[in-house]
Design a protein around this ligand. Structure first.
Ligand code: UD1
Length: 418
């Protein structure tokens, strides 16, 4: 992807459905023999991977409209999530809970390492074991077996998003009551809980630290519209700010973006929020800030790379601390190649600005890092050449088209699209 910087972005952009909400919700289709109809599903590589995985398990899954997907697990024909799929998309691991709940057994590959950190699955396993499943690790796979899961009390060492989702789906048809304490509160966890409730589950407390689930006999079909992508929203907000533009986001989930709005305002960026959307514009000077990534409702780690790009333009020294993943600063070295002044100390990055960014060949290392580099490219004086953009296609729908419509000059020189 070649990014020609310098143009302030202006206009209105509309967000796609949230990838991180859509993926686990698609996996919830395993919990019922009846159809689950989803709207506002983003057309992304990861969604395609989830469809492939579910298809291999026997789920009939098809697009019924531009953003509509129907999934029907009338019969489940396999219990295995193979390494080939799980290694390309870690979120696949979340089939463990629903597959086990529906059929009494599951064989799911462990995901292995990841560019941004070790990302173990121990909390998923502890939780599912606490519901009475036998679990063995063999040949790189988790093999789970349970005649009938029973409710239990689970305290998560850290509020893992994926573990909370996996345990929730395992518990909805377990015998008795389950409590997940120190649960993740992310909007994507809440969206999954909403769908499960529509399917007949009894869940309370989602969005708080304690989720309570009263097991029911079985779930039924449902219809659901996926929430809009708060990470895409934050990325677009930074795009407006870093280019000195003025952008409206028509369908921004404002309530889910409180920490992001607060931090952008702290830098001096003007953010107007109303019930339906956001308008973002940048003042002449950006103020440096201190930023810590935290579980929701704190500032999301998935927007850390984008904020780092923005803070290279602030007038002074900013400090960014990454508390969620141990190795999520790969973009810092690439930003430095574009002229940024960033000093790394463990999980802290010290960003001294303002730097005059100039284009350079840079490499994407993960999904959000790619977005950070594009944003830096939009503020750079000369063209930036970003390679390995397949990371982007995993998680941003029609990104080039959306940015181009706002006035960005971006081209793909080799087509990596879906
Ligand atoms: C989800 C998001 C991802 C986001 C992350 C944190 C999806 C598909 N992905 O990932 O975009 O960056 O939340 O907001 O929704 N951990 C353990 N043991 C476990 C599970 C997690 O130690 O069993 C650790 C992880 O290594 C990490 C931290 O907990 O350091 C948070 O991970 P988690 O919340 O589980 O992230 P994901 O669900 O994988």
């Amino acid at each position: 992807m070649i990014i020609h910087g310098g143009a302030p972005l202006r206009g209105t952009v509309s967000l796609s459905g949230s990838k991180n909400a859509a993926l686990p919700i698609m996996m919830a289709s395993l919990l019922t023999a009846e159809p689950l109809t989803l709207r506002n599903v983003p057309r992304l590589r990861d969604v395609k991977t989830a469809m492939e995985l579910l298809g291999q398990l026997g789920v009939a899954v098809r697009w019924t409209g531009e953003h509509d997907v129907e999934l029907c697990a009338a019969k489940i024909s396999s219990h295995e999530a193979p390494y080939e799929l799980v290694k390309t998309m870690r979120a696949s691991f979340v089939v463990l809970g629903p597959l086990l709940a529906r059929t009494g057994r599951a064989r799911v590959s462990t995901p292995g390492g990841c560019a941004i950190g070790a990302r173990p699955v121990n909390l998923h396993i502890t939780g599912i074991r606490a519901l009475g499943s036998k679990i063995q690790f063999r040949h790189g796979y988790v093999e789970a077996h349970a005649e009938k899961l029973t409710g239990g009390r689970i305290w998560l060492d850290s509020p893992s998003v994926g573990a909370t989702q996996n345990i929730m789906m395992a518990a909805v048809t377990a015998r008795g009551r389950t409590l997940i304490e120190n649960a993740a509160r992310e909007p994507e966890v809440q969206d999954l809980a909403r769908v499960l409730v529509k399917m007949g589950a009894q869940i309370s407390g989602s969005g708080s630290h304690v989720i309570e689930i009263e097991g029911v006999e079985k779930l039924h079909g449902a219809e659901h519209e996926i929430i809009c992508d708060r990470i895409e929203a934050g990325s677009m907000m930074v795009a407006a700010a870093i280019t000195g533009g003025d952008v409206k986001i028509s369908n921004a989930p404002v309530a889910d973006l409180e920490a992001v709005i607060a931090k952008l305002r702290e830098t001096g960026v003007r953010v107007e929020a109303n019930g339906h959307g956001l308008r973002v514009a940048r003042p002449a000077t950006l103020v440096p800030i201190e930023l810590r990534t935290l579980p929701y409702p704190g500032f999301p780690t998935d927007l850390q790379a984008q904020m780092m790009a923005l803070l290279t333009q602030a007038d002074g020294t900013s400090v960014i601390t990454e508390t969620i993943f141990e190795n999520r600063f790969m973009h810092a070295q690439e930003l430095a190649r574009m002229g940024a002044d960033i000093l790394m100390k463990g999980n802290t990055a010290i960003v001294r600005g303002p730097s005059e960014l100039c284009g350079a060949p840079v490499m994407a290392t993960d999904l959000r890092a790619s977005m950070g580099l594009i944003l830096a490219g939009l503020a750079a004086e000369t063209a930036t050449e970003l390679s390995r953009i397949y990371h982007l296609d995993r998680g941003y729908e029609a990104l080039d088209a959306k940015l181009t419509a706002l006035g960005a000059q971006i081209e793909r020189v080799k087509d990596d699209s879906l």
